[in-house]
Ligand binder design. Structure first.
Ligand code: COA
Length: 387
């Protein structure tokens, strides 16, 4: 099909427990995105804008996309909020691409945002819970860590070595986060520390979980035929798949496979006409360490259970055969819900322009970004190539 869209600019705040409120976070990410466009981008050229946010804590549940217009100097253009839980960002990128394809805009702004740390723990649990199944999960007391704990137990029961592989995912992603100045955590942890950490939802411990973070990210997407007006080094989106599944995990035939990821991945690879072996690195949705193992299998980079040996072999470390989450992933970079899917594409943009500094994947030509909502209920997969 060829290029579907070009990324010509991108911005990112720090992720973590931040003093700034939602508006300031948005403004910082968007200003950075505009400033990053090599030949400049007039705000007046932006024809449409999308905001990915869960609206955590209820800071502005309804009509929140107008705040993106206000903080971007784009009041007047159509703005739309996209909400698909933790996959809001991936679906907002998809909405932006489709808006470009409609042909009415040359340039589209896609931003993602969440402000989470200003709530106390019980309210945080409530706001995370609203994206899960209510009847069978939430009201039974299952948190997301609880659901992923059940998935991890089922996976570990079938596949020996899985617990060590999960610890390796955390150790690797924390090591990667050390080289990302925007990451929530920039400190290394060993596999032993991961295994010894306090239990959150057996077998998952504190260091198997992504944190609760504040942050924002923004992208400027251009029509591919206009990309060179903005930069000599655009990054092209070549394939984009999206899918959904039943909300409650108990409704699924096998909890260790995410059908939404599988469908979205197949669609993206088919559209991009790219083989798995051509992908230089992955940004996958590791909200809990088990999720990175599932992603490798559901995306077709490993067979059932094979993500264990692949991970333990070091193949997914920087310098390995297929680096995964060079920015630290959700585990170490942080997971401000609506910002995550946009942040993954920010990393792709840096890496494919060879601008990722100490965490640069040498010679990266192509990349995959994978964003999941809830425990596999919604998913997007995108494939990118350097221009
Ligand atoms: N990884 C590493 N360290 C973490 C951490 C994490 N995920 N979460 C918290 N910490 C650290 C904090 O930095 C703090 O360290 P300090 O004492 O040195 O300052 C300490 O642990 C306690 O932090 P606190 O915020 O009190 O932890 P908590 O017990 O309230 O929360 C979790 C821990 C794991 C329950 C919470 O991070 C969580 O809910 N994560 C999952 C979020 C989620 O479900 N997102 C959606 C995914 S689908």
């Amino acid at each position: 099909m060829g290029h579907r869209a070009a990324i010509v600019g991108a911005g990112h705040t720090r992720f973590g427990a931040l003093d700034e409120g939602p508006r300031a976070l948005l403004r910082t990410a968007v200003d950075q995105a505009f400033a990053s466009v090599d030949r400049g981008a007039e705000r007046a050229r932006v024809g449409e804008a999308f905001l990915a946010t869960l609206g955590f804590g209820g800071w502005q549940i309804g009509n929140s996309s107008t705040l993106l217009g206000e903080e971007s100097g784009l009041v007047g253009v159509p703005t739309t909020r996209v909400e698909n839980a933790c996959a809001s960002g991936g679906f907002a990128v998809r909405a932006g691409v489709r808006a470009l394809e409609e042909g009415r805009s040359d340039l589209v702004l896609v931003a993602g945002l969440e402000k989470m740390t200003d709530l106390r723990a019980p309210r945080r649990r409530y706001w995370l819970g609203v994206s899960g199944d209510t009847e069978w999960e939430r009201l039974a007391g299952l948190t997301f860590a609880g659901v992923y704990g059940l998935i991890a137990s089922a996976y570990a029961h079938r596949h020996p070595g899985a617990r060590d592989a999960m610890a390796e995912v955390a150790a690797k992603n924390h090591e990667n986060g050390r080289h990302n100045p925007n990451a929530h955590f920039q400190k290394a942890v060993s596999r032993e520390e991961v295994l010894r950490a306090p239990r959150v939802a057996d077998p998952l411990g504190l260091l198997d979980c992504c944190p609760v973070s504040d942050g924002a990210a923004a992208l400027l997407l251009a029509r591919p035929d206009r990309a060179r007006e903005f930069t000599d080094t655009p990054v092209f989106l070549e394939g984009l798949g999206a899918a959904s599944d039943r909300l409650a995990v108990q409704e699924r035939p096998d909890v260790t496979r995410f059908a939404a990821t599988r469908r979205a991945g197949e669609a993206a690879f088919q559209e991009a006409r790219m083989g798995r072996s051509q992908v230089s690195f992955l940004e996958v949705h590791d909200c809990f360490t088990i999720a990175e193992l599932l992603a490798l299998e559901d995306l077709g980079f490993a067979g059932p259970g094979e993500a264990v040996s692949m991970t333990l072999s070091g193949a997914t470390r920087p310098g390995g055969r297929l680096p995964v989450n060079p920015d630290g992933g959700l585990k170490a970079k942080g997971h401000p819900i609506g910002a995550t899917g946009v942040s993954q594409v920010y990393e792709v943009f840096l890496q494919l322009r060879a601008a990722a500094g100490a965490r640069q994947v040498p010679g990266a030509e192509t990349a995959l970004a994978h964003n999941v909502g809830g425990a596999g209920a919604t998913a997007t997969v995108s494939l990118f190539r350097r221009g």
